[in-house]
Design a protein around this ligand. Structure first.
Ligand SMILES: [Zn+2]
Length: 448
């Protein structure tokens, strides 16, 4: 009886220890089990990654990133994609005290493609579970590294973000070559400059009714001319939107001086962007006015392009400081006043081609191919040959068919989505064990 009792107690203790070990092991496994996700971090020591079983959206443990100081960190997973295909990635996100260094609006909790500027709209501050979506064109890629991120490609964030319920869908590509274009006319600029040589100066600029008419006329000329210049390979439908609320900040860089960047116009134009599926954005501004003897903020450009607003091509069109200037007026001596609109738009097609790995001529390299500015029609001949891929002495250096369909991906690309399983977590024990074996094999392969 006595011996039997001892054995029982021993057994119980062994079993208890075993259970504790298993539970502890399970706890550690669950807390640090990221399946196929790899942790990526800009600076070590400032971020902790865990799986959280308390703050959850569904029955899956959430993926938690905590940046104790400003940093860029992500759970990252490489997936295979089909080239030239539309994808939509979504997840639920919850944030606590997320803020960006230097108050940048483009950082925060987001979905992105690692090593690119392609990302979803970010979430900052303290928010309850919200869905974020990120749409992208795979272009010429066959795999991408998707990141569920706290920070950004050029941004650093601090705070905590939880991610859950990852989903990826494949959409259909839009073969329509009509581009839906928005041109925002900024009527007023009221700001105090914070950067550059004019820092501290206050700016008060207003457009006139002639300015508005000038932009409108050129936009309508653009709709006709782009069809001709491209050899009927594309068209544009342009919306003219007048913004009466003042622009209260301007961006600055040494090369271009002052301009209305995406982050400046964001509070004024975003409601329009959210409502319509725009493929390209012009922002028309007056940045100086000699008749008011106001300061001149820019000297050497009338258009500034190759920028992006939430993955949509974006440029500034600048009204001349001198109200008597004829640069935007059509006449028999000046037959191509909408040239700057064409030029800036082409910068986006040029950029899209480059990002797709296509070796085309630089938009500014006209002189290399023997093209010159014509007094009446500017660089019209160059743009025609560039768009129609008939550049003299530059065989296949013009735009390809790809350019004309390289529009941003929109919700309408997902009217008939196909759900993919690339981001699924294991659904049952067998899948779970399979996933563990795969990761162990991968670990050994890496070390071998
Ligand atoms: Zn240019």
């Amino acid at each position: 009886m006595e011996t039997k009792g001892k054995i029982n107690l021993k057994t119980v203790i062994y079993i208890l220890i075993l259970v504790i070990i298993i539970l502890f092991g399970r706890y550690i496994y669950c807390k640090y089990n990221y399946y196929d996700y790899i942790k990526g971090v800009r600076e070590v020591g400032k971020t902790s990654f865990t799986r959280d079983s308390n703050i959850v959206y569904s029955n899956m443990d959430s993926y938690k990133i905590e940046n104790r100081d400003f940093n860029d960190a992500m759970f990252c997973k490489e997936i295979s994609v089909l080239p030239n295909t539309a994808y939509r990635v979504s997840c639920m996100v919850k944030t606590e005290d997320v803020e960006n260094q230097d108050g940048k609006i483009t950082g925060g909790a987001q979905i992105s493609i690692n090593n690119t500027t392609e990302c979803s709209r970010p979430v900052t501050g303290t928010t309850d579970w919200t869905e974020i979506t990120f749409m992208f064109n795979s272009n010429n890629r066959t795999n991408v590294e998707l990141g569920f991120r706290l920070g950004g490609y050029e941004e650093l964030s601090k705070g905590t973000a939880w991610f859950s319920d990852f989903k990826i869908e494949e959409g259909t590509m839009d073969s329509d070559t009509n581009w839906n274009v928005a041109c925002f006319m900024i009527d007023n600029i009221t700001t105090t400059l914070t950067e550059g040589e004019k820092a501290g100066d206050s700016v008060n600029l207003k457009v006139s009714s002639e300015d508005i008419e000038t932009i409108r006329k050129n936009l309508s000329r653009l709709e006709d001319s782009i069809v001709e210049i491209s050899g009927k390979q594309m068209s544009m439908t342009c919306d003219f939107i007048e913004i009466k609320e003042p622009l209260t900040t301007l961006s600055y860089d040494e090369e271009n001086k002052y301009y209305a960047g995406p982050k400046d116009v964001y509070p004024l134009i975003d409601e329009y962007i959210m409502e319509e599926e725009y493929d390209y954005i012009y922002v028309a501004v007056r940045l100086g006015d000699l008749s008011q003897s106001s300061e001149t903020l820019v000297e050497d450009w009338i258009g500034l392009g190759s920028m992006e607003y939430d993955q949509i091509g974006f440029s500034n069109i600048r009204l001349p400081d001198d109200r008597n200037s004829r640069i935007y007026q059509y006449s028999s001596y000046h037959s191509f006043p909408e040239e700057v609109f064409v030029h800036e738009f082409l910068h986006t097609l040029e950029r899209n081609e480059e990002e797709n790995g296509n070796d085309i001529a630089e938009l500014h390299s006209y002189a290399e191919y023997g093209y010159t500015q014509n007094i009446t029609s500017g660089l019209l001949r160059w743009y025609e040959d560039y768009m129609q891929n008939t550049i003299d002495g530059g065989e296949n250096k013009g735009l390809t068919d790809f350019a004309y369909t390289s529009k941003p991906i929109h919700s309408s690309n997902f009217n008939y989505p196909i759900e993919l399983d690339d981001l699924d977590e294991p659904h049952n024990l067998i899948e779970e064990i399979n996933s563990i074996i795969k990761r162990v094999v991968r670990l050994f392969n890496k070390e071998a």
